[in-house]
Write a protein that binds this ligand. Sequence first.
Ligand code: GTP
Length: 598
Amino acid sequence: INQDKIRNFSIIAHIDHGKSTLADRILEMTGAVSNREMKAQLLDSMELERERGITIKLNAVQLQYKAKDGNTYLLHLIDTPGHVDFTYEVSRSLAACEGAVLVVDAAQGVEAQTLANVYLALDNDLEILPVINKVDLPSANPEHVIQEIEDVIGLPADHAPRISAKSGLNVEDVLEMIVKEVPAPSGNINHPTQALIFDSFYDSYRGVVVFVRIKEGSIKVGDTIKFMATGATYEVTELGVRTPAEVKKDKLVCGEVGWISASIKSIQNVHVGDTITTLENESHEQLPGYRKLNPMVYCGLYPVDNSKYKNLREALEKIQLSDSSLVFEPETSQALGFGFRCGFLGLLHMDVIQERLEREFDLELIATAPSVIYKVFLTDKTMVEIDNPAMMPSPQVINYIEEPYVKASIMTPNEYIGSIMELCQSKRGEYVDIDYIDETRRNIIYNIPLSEIVYDFFDKLKSSTKGYASFDYELIGYRESKLQKMDILLNGDVVDALSSIVHKDFAYSRGKVICEKLKEIIPKQMFEVPVQAALQGKIIARTTIKAMRKNVLAKCYGGDISRKKKLLEKQKEGKKRMKAVGSVEIPQEAFMAILSVD
Ligand code: GTP
């Protein structure tokens, strides 16, 4: 097929506006999957985890579409696999496209991530094609939403297809628009080969399989490919496309999107965003990679079973293959043993990674409370960055501490403005502005310490606005704050993994809440356990976990083995996710308790 008949595009949207549903319809309408397969696939993806489902279903699918102009076009629908963090959607797939279909819900209108995604698409110079979805809903107001897209985003939208991704209504118009408005890929098949890696995964038989967009030249089976960042070379054993079933081909040419496997066993040589060239037709210029996103949130991950430390390292390495924004380094905790300090783009990202580690790699983990990076200025005029509260230097050598602030924009219907401002105020927020969106909605802007956003801000926002507000934030820099480390002692010993950084004005109330919370969460032990909060060694709060009264086995009579077994079994269940810290058994929730403020 001719290069001018190729179209590479992504679908972008605010959460729940119908991105996956539209993708499913497009797969169906282009005959990529039959109705029956469609169902089977959806069932599959329910069983597999969500991001896996998306990866299999969408990750760079090649489709054929016979357009109304009589030509057949080759469409590549490229989706960001993996997580969609509400802070930064990692849209590296966008760099492999020329266009983006922007789905906006006809009842909800433009939301915070609609805007965030548009900016990412603009960063990548993409043609943005607005589509109004869910016009079948009784509350749909497409005309209003079109006006909003023009006013808020500044994108002409009067021609936007008004569709129902659910029923398939007008979805064909979307395909026609893609064919007409997304530019064909540029690039020359005779130029030195350059291919952009936008994703990769590990297959136990084939090794690392990479997904690439060929920007210049071509790659064939048998070619020797070179990863430009590391210089590593491999012979291509197989390559092809997904339709979404895997189809093998002899070569991929410029403009195309596909997968390459080359018996790559060493994960370290493959980096998403790197350029591949071939020795047969070598380029010496790297494509512009991705803007490296820096982790915003850190936590410690520890295997419940200490002997699984190596497995955890391997699992993290494998996940990092397809998710270069994950960073990790070894860490030891007196309380938890050997583990890793891991950095994430945001909380959702952290959740997703933890879940993948547990489900895909069958690991049981204890995660410590997330922390931001503090800049600690010392009396000797040096500065250290601290991402683990336990590592905070002693107050005697600290001059002052800075913490990261974000600019939060919250889009909301007018009636919730009051409660949102109250929430922001309680999170040490600083009012900046309120922008007008239309007569019923406003965009509220606050500067808030990132550490306050880190835990329950999003949940609180959702519950105080019945889910109607949407939220996005960006880092604006560091500011000095009155912060100090608070330690937690169990049975008289400091548990390093429970230390946290608190604002001076809230230290006492927080200490009290945390002690109460821990008392609730930590099960009774065979002996009494005092729980204490301390600032610089001075106890500021205390509670006591009472001793357990009876041993479970005490209830058994004599030799009833099966009953005894059952009880022990039950006790073992209850012990899941417990970690013995000194003489005290602590459940996972305890490590999150230090974040609860109310
Ligand atoms: P995330 O993957 O969570 O970001 O969401 P998404 O943008 O992919 O949305 P998804 O396709 O999962 O759709 C969200 C919800 O909206 C689902 O319950 C869909 O069934 C529903 N939905 C999608 N399109 C339509 C539509 O055209 N009409 C109606 N009534 N519902 C729709």
